[in-house]
Structures are given as C-alpha cells and as structure tokens.
Design a protein around this ligand. Structure first.
Ligand code: COA
Length: 257
C-alpha cells in the first residue's frame, strides 16, 4: 500500500508514499485515499484533512501504465472509476482540506489542489497540468476553475501548452496560499489544519458549503463532460503515442496526426 494514513490531534493525514515511482497514483492508491476521506468525514474527532507527499515529490499524477492498461470506461463506468470516486470524495469533503505540496505536482497532482481549501507549496516544487501534451484534456473541473482563477490567457499557458510553473506563480495565480521552505511546508500546513481544533466545526462546515455552493452544480456538469472526453482520449492514438514515448524516454511524435 502506497498511501499512509494517520489521525493525530484532530487532523487526518493522507500521505502519498510511492517515491520509487515519483508518487504516481494507481487505482489502489485512489481507493485508499477515497476510504481515508470518507473515514475523516465520518469521524467527529477529525477537524481537518491534510494531504501530503514525499520530500521532493507531491505526486507525478496518474500512473501512466494504469492509463494504458486500466483506463476507466465511458459513461457511467467513468463516473464509477476509482479516480472519479476519489475526486468526488474530495469535492464532497465537508471538513477543511489542507495540501502540503512537498515537490513536483503533475497532472491530477495539481488538479486536486484546485479542490483543496488551503495549499502550501515547497519552494522546490514545480506544478504542471500537461494533459494536452499527453493527448488528453483537462479534468475534474480544471477547464472551469483554472480560467476563473487566472483568466483565459494564463490558463492557456498551463492547460494548452502545459507549461510547468513555479510555487511563486502558483500563489500569484491563486492556486496556492503561500510558498514555504521545503523543510517547513508539511509542519506549516499541519499547523493550519490544527487551527480548526479551536474553531466551531458546525460553522466551519456550513461556511465551506456556502463558499462552494454557487458553482457546485456547474462544476459537476463540467466534470461529467470532461470525464467523457478524457475517457475517450485515453484510448486515442495521440495519447498512446504520448504514453509510449514517456516509457521509452523519448519525445512524442505527433507529426503524423
Ligand atoms: N506514471 C508511471 N510512472 C511514473 C510516473 C507516472 N506518472 N512518473 C514517474 N514515473 C516513474 C518513471 O517511469 C521512472 O520509473 P523507472 O525508474 O522504472 O524508469 C520513475 O518513476 C522515476 O521517474 P523519472 O521521470 O525518472 O524522475 P524525474 O525525477 O526525472 O522526473 C517527474 C520526475 C515527475 C518530473 C517525471 O517523472 C514526470 O514528468 N512524470 C510524468 C508526469 C506525467 O505526465 N503525469 C501524468 C499527468 S496526466
């Protein structure tokens, strides 16, 4: 199991721990994170959730081998896939979720930050959403939320070109709260999460719900549309070329498409 969970001092921690594969997320890891989020929601002793990675890497995103061999189906199958259920559990988490981005956050590693309440980034991290370069499309509401946060042109750099961006840029464009020295990012995020031990949980829950309610319906609609396209794209020749190129450690060749 490559997800470590622990609850301490009111904070349920979900630690992504597969450093040998740069914390790439497998089906089993999504399932473990979903279970941890449901358990945190149900446990009255938990006042906040902390999601973190390993020194130097938060997560390199979905396991690309899983993309090739265990792509979610389309339609309702896609909606029941482990990654979808994980993102749904994150969206439905009524307690504050704090992310400590300990290093590289690629693909869903950055997408999931859009749905956390607080994001603290190590000064050594790099973020990227290279979906298009992989023959894919943005996922889980990023085609809605990213342009809303930073405007179309800055969003186009990140979602169409897939340009990596620095922690400082993540703060500037509204994806993150603050940049911290690598050695301090987890403790800082934990201290923020622990502040909810002294706040009234009912008011926190309702305030979070109010902040998210206005665009909840639209977000779910966008997620469903993105999910359909994403599932179809996973089987596309463009995506296959990108995945094979990754494992063959070469640049993809899209000239024939
Ligand atoms: N899926 C599957 N395996 C992955 C992976 C992923 N998303 N990310 C990294 N790995 C594996 C590599 O294949 C490599 O395995 P190997 O040792 O068996 O060859 C190992 O993890 C180390 O990765 P490597 O690329 O050598 O590390 P790096 O420090 O040079 O680069 C990253 C780190 C995160 C920048 C780079 O691994 C990367 O870009 N990963 C893919 C990101 C991506 O496109 N994710 C999908 C988004 S939708």
């Amino acid at each position: 199991m490559s997800i470590k969970t622990a609850t301490l001092n009111g904070v349920a921690t979900i630690e992504i721990a597969r450093p040998e594969k740069k914390n790439a997320l497998t089906v089993a890891m999504y399932e473990a994170m979903t279970a941890a989020l449901h358990a945190a929601k149900a446990d009255p002793a938990v006042r906040a959730v902390l999601i973190t990675g390993q020194p130097g890497v938060f997560t390199s995103g979905n396991d690309i081998e899983d993309f090739m061999t265990r792509a979610p189906g389309q339609g309702s199958d896609a909606m029941d896939s482990p990654v979808f259920l994980f993102m749904r559990a994150l969206l439905d988490c009524d307690k504050p979720v704090v992310a400590a981005v300990t290093g590289a956050a690629v693909g869903i590693g950055t997408t999931m930050l859009l749905h956390c309440d607080f994001v603290y980034v190590s000064d050594e991290a790099r973020l990227a959403m290279p979906f298009v370069a992989l023959g894919l499309v943005p996922e889980f509401g990023s085609s809605l939320v990213v342009p809303q946060l930073m405007g179309h042109r800055k969003a186009a750099e990140k979602l169409l070109l897939g340009d990596p961006f620095t922690p400082e840029q993540a703060v500037e464009c509204g994806i993150a709260n603050a940049v911290l020295p690598a050695a301090e990012v987890v403790n800082h995020a934990r201290r923020v999460a622990e502040r909810f031990n002294t706040l009234p949980p009912g008011a926190v829950r309702e305030a979070k719900q109010l902040m998210r309610a206005p665009q909840h319906k639209m977000l779910l609609e966008v997620i469903a549309t993105e999910g359909e396209l994403f599932a179809r794209r996973l089987r596309s020749p463009e995506a296959m070329e990108a995945f094979q190129a990754f494992f063959q450690k070469r640049k993809p060749d899209f000239s024939k498409f």
